[in-house]
Design a protein around this ligand. Structure first.
Ligand code: B12
Ligand code: SF4
Length: 611
C-alpha cells in the first residue's frame, strides 16, 4: 500500500489514551459574549438556539470504534458552554490529547461555531488532524477542505466504517485514497482529493442509532457524564429517540433530509431501515434504564405496510412500560392506529402538518390530502386512546402568504370544536428558520419552488449567523412573503396560538399573559435591530444595536418549549436501581472483554510497527 504522509508527526497509540474525540460545537461560538435576538428558531425542540444537541450518529460512530479497539470520546462543548457559564473552552481543548479530532457540521446553523472550534483545536494541537462530517459538511465538503483548519471530511449518512478506516490510516499509516467517502488534501501536492461516495449501507442493522449502550458505557469508562449529556435538562427528563431509517422516501420541498437531498448529499437511492427485531431490542434496552418516552423517528409506514406491521407485532409481545411516540407523515386511511392501540399501552402521535391549506401542502409536497382526511386521522387516534396528539405548523412555506400563515388558528379551532376541546390535542407553530436546508429542492432549485436564496456559500452562512436578529440570519425569502412578512407572520401566528389556547383553557391566565409579553418583547427587539441598522455607521449605531440585540443564544426567550414535554408515567424518570445496576455490570464486563479482545491486539500491532 502506498503510504501518504497524512500526518506531520509520528502518532503513537497509548493503551489507555484517547484515539478520537468527537466535539459538538455551539451554533455561534462566542454566544456568551455576542448578543442577538434569536426569536423562536429553536422553540419546538429541546435545545436552545445554541443547538447544543449532538448528532445521534456521534454515539454510533464512537460505539463502533470502541468495539474495534479504539478509545473514542464525545465532548459536547456546546452543552457545557450553555450549562456552565465559566466553562473555559480554550483550557478544556488544550487538555485533550487524542490522535484525531472529529467535529460535526451536521446542521448548517453550526457553521460559525464549528469553524471557530476547529480554529481553537488547531491553535492548541496544530499537529493533530481534524475531520469534519455530517449532512452539511457533506454538502459543503469542497469548501471545507480548502480551509487550513480541516484535514478531512467524511461524507454521507453512515460514517462509522469510513471513520474507522481513517483512524486506522492515521494510526498505522496507509493509503488515504482507499478510505471510503473521504475528501482530503494530498500532503505532498496540496491537491484536493475526493474519494468515491460509495459506502452507503442498505440497512442500519445491526448497530443501533443512537448507540445508547455506548453513552452509558462511556460514562463508566471515562467518568465524564457532563461531556455526553445531549441537552441541558436531559437528566430530569431522559427522553430518547430511535432512528428507524437513515434517509426518507418523502420529498418535502424545503427538507434537507428528503429523498432527493439524500440522493445528492449521501448518494443514497433508498432509505436504510433498522430491522424490526433490532428496533424492538433497542426499545427493550432503553426500558432497562429510562422511564421517559421513546420517540420513533420517521413514520414506520415509510418502510412499507409489512415493516410497520412487524414492528407492532413484536412490540405487542413486549412488556412495554414507556410511552412510545409515533410520527405520521401521511393520513391514516386503514386500521394502523387500532393496531398501535393493540400493541402499545401508552402512545402519542406527532403530526407535522405545516399548513392548514391544501394548496400550500401540495406545494410543500407534504400531507397532500384533504383536511377531512387529517381530521379523520386525529379522530381515529383519539378513539384509540392516544395520550397526546401534537400538531405542528410552520411559517415560510412555498406559496404561503402572510394571511395563509396566520390563518392556521381557524383550522385548530375547527379541530377543537370537532373533538369538543379534547385535552389531548396540542398545537405548535414555528418559522422555517434560520435556514432553508442545503440539498433540499427549495435550496437547490429555489425559483422552481417559490424561494429566493440570500446566501449560497458556507462562508455566507457563517457570516449570517453572527447577525443581530433572526430576521437577518434567514437565508431566504419566498415569492409569497418578504423576510419582514415571514417574521411578522411568525409573531402574529404565535399570538393567535396563545389566544386559542387561552380560549380553550389549554393554558392558564398567568401563563398566557407571560407568553404574550415574551412574544411582544422578542418582536420589539427585532424591530429595534431593524431601526438600528438603518442608522449611519458610528458609535450611536453600535450603542443602539447593542441595546436592541440583548439576548444570548443560551438564554433566548422560550415561547412553546414547555409544552413539548409528555408527562412522565407516575413521575418516574429512571428504571429501578436493580435494573440500572444490572446494566452497569453488563457494560463493565463488555468493556473488559473489549479491552482484552480488541484493544490489546490493536495496541500490540502499533507497538510492533514502532519497534
Ligand atoms: C432526527 C432529526 C432531528 C432530531 C435530532 C436528533 C439527533 N440528535 O441527531 C431533532 C428533532 C432534535 C432535530 C433538531 C434539529 N434539526 Co433535525 N432532523 C432529524 C432528521 C429527521 C433525521 C436525522 C437523521 O436521520 N440522522 C441520521 C444521520 C444522517 O445522521 P447521524 O446518524 O446522526 O450522523 C451520521 C452522519 O450524519 C455523520 N456525521 C454526523 N456528525 C459527524 C461528525 C463527524 C466527525 C463525522 C466523521 C461524521 C458525522 O456520521 C454519522 C454516523 O454515520 C433529519 C431529516 C432527515 N431525513 O435526515 C432532520 C434534519 C437533520 N434536521 C435539520 C434541522 C435544520 C434541525 C434543526 C436545526 C431545526 C431547528 N431549527 O430547530 C434542529 C437542530 C437541533 C440541535 N442540534 O440541537 C435539517 C438539517 C439540514 C442542514 N443540513 O442543516 C434536517 C436534514 C431536516 C429538517 N429540516 O428537519 N432534528
Ligand atoms: S420533512 Fe419530509 S422529507 Fe424531511 S424527513 Fe420529514 S417526511 Fe422526510
Amino acid at each position: 500500500m502506498k503510504a501518504h504522509s497524512c500526518l506531520p508527526r509520528a502518532v503513537y497509540m497509548r493503551l489507555f489514551g484517547t484515539d478520537l474525540i468527537l466535539l459538538h460545537p455551539p451554533s455561534i461560538y462566542d454566544f456568551r459574549e455576542s448578543h442577538s435576538e434569536y426569536g423562536p428558531i429553536s422553540d419546538v425542540i429541546f435545545s436552545t438556539p445554541v443547538f447544543e444537541m449532538y448528532p445521534m450518529g456521534f454515539t454510533s460512530m464512537a460505539g463502533y470504534l470502541e468495539e474495534h479497539g479504539f478509545n473514542a470520546r464525545i465532548v459536547n462543548i456546546a452543552q457545557r458552554m450553555v450549562s456552565e457559564p465559566g466553562y473555559d473552552v480554550d483550557a478544556a481543548i488544550a487538555k485533550l490529547d487524542p490522535i484525531l479530532f472529529g467535529l460535526d457540521l451536521h446542521w448548517l446553523p453550526h457553521a460559525q461555531g464549528a469553524l471557530k472550534l476547529a480554529e481553537i483545536v488547531k491553535k492548541h494541537h496544530p499537529q493533530t488532524p481534524v475531520v469534519f462530517g455530517g449532512l452539511s459538511a457533506s454538502y459543503f465538503h469542497e469548501e471545507l477542505i480548502r480551509s487550513d483548519l480541516i484535514d478531512f471530511v467524511i461524507r454521507g449518512d453512515s460514517c462509522e466504517e469510513p471513520l474507522r478506516q481513517l483512524l486506522a490510516c492515521v494510526v498505522f499509516g496507509g493509503d488515504l485514497s482507499t478510505v471510503k467517502n473521504l475528501t482530503w488534501k494530498d500532503a505532498g501536492t496540496g491537491e484536493i482529493r475526493i474519494n468515491p461516495l460509495d459506502h452507503v449501507p442498505p440497512s442500519i442493522s445491526p448497530r443501533p442509532v443512537p448507540d445508547i449502550s455506548y453513552v452509558i458505557g462511556s460514562v463508566l469508562k471515562y467518568w465524564k457524564l457532563r461531556d455526553v449529556i445531549p441537552y441541558g435538562n436531559w437528566l430530569n427528563y431522559p427522553i430518547t429517540a430511535l432512528l428507524t431509517s437513515r434517509g426518507c422516501p418523502m420529498h418535502c420541498s424545503a427538507c434537507g433530509g428528503s429523498r432527493d437531498a439524500y440522493h445528492t448529499i449521501c448518494a443514497r437511492e433508498h432509505p436504510a431501515y433498522r430491522s424490526p427485531e433490532d428496533l424492538v431490542k433497542d426499545i427493550r434496552f432503553i426500558q432497562r434504564f429510562s422511564r421517559a418516552p421513546i420517540f420513533l423517528i420517521h413514520d414506520l409506514r415509510n418502510g412499507g405496510h409489512k415493516y410497520a406491521q412487524d414492528i407492532l407485532a413484536l412490540l405487542g409481545d413486549e412488556r412495554l412500560r414507556n410511552e412510545i411516540v409515533f410520527e405520521l407523515t401521511t393520513p391514516v386511511l386503514d386500521d394502523y392506529l387500532d393496531q398501535i392501540r393493540r400493541s402499545v399501552p401508552r402512545w402519542s402521535l406527532e403530526i407535522t402538518l405545516e399548513s392548514h391549506l391544501e394548496r400550500v401542502r401540495h406545494l410543500n409536497r407534504r400531507f397532500q390530502c384533504s383536511n377531512e382526511k387529517i381530521i379523520e386521522t386525529i379522530g381515529k387516534a383519539l378513539d384509540n386512546g392516544v395520550r397526546r396528539v401534537d400538531i405542528f405548523f410552520m411559517v415560510g412555506l412555498p406559496g404561503q402568504s402572510y394571511e395563509d400563515a396566520i390563518g392556521f388558528d381557524g383550522f385548530c379551532r375547527e379541530i377543537l370544536e370537532r373533538f369538543k376541546g379534547d385535552r389531548r390535542l396540542e398545537f405548535f407553530i414555528a418559522p422555517l428558520a434560520p435556514f432553508v436546508d442545503p440539498g433540499s429542492a427549495a435550496y437547490d432549485h429555489p425559483a422552481e419552488h417559490g424561494f429566493k436564496l440570500r446566501f449560497h456559500s458556507l462562508a455566507d452562512h457563517v457570516q449570517a449567523l453572527t447577525a443581530p436578529s433572526w430576521k437577518e440570519m434567514l437565508n431566504y425569502e419566498t415569492d409569497a412573503m418578504t423576510r419582514h412578512e415571514i417574521v411578522a407572520a411568525t409573531y402574529e401566528a404565535m399570538r393567535r396560538l396563545q389566544r386559542l389556547k387561552y380560549e380553550w383553557s389549554m393554558t392558564d391566565p398567568g401563563a398566557y399573559q407571560a407568553a404574550m409579553q415574551r412574544i411582544d418583547k422578542s418582536q420589539a427587539a427585532v424591530m429595534a435591530v431593524d431601526a438600528a441598522m438603518k442608522m449611519p455607521a458610528g458609535m450611536a449605531r453600535d450603542t443602539a444595536m447593542r441595546a436592541a440585540a440583548n439576548t444570548q443564544a443560551g438564554q433566548a426567550l422560550i415561547f412553546q418549549k414547555n409544552y413539548l414535554i409528555w408527562p412522565l408515567i407516575r413521575g418516574q424518570r429512571f428504571a429501578s436501581i436493580g435494573s440500572l445496576t444490572a446494566i452497569g455490570a453488563f457494560l463493565i464486563t463488555k468493556q473488559i472483554w473489549v479491552l482484552i479482545s480488541r484493544r490489546l491486539p490493536l495496541f500490540a500491532r502499533r507497538m510492533l510497527r514502532r519497534g
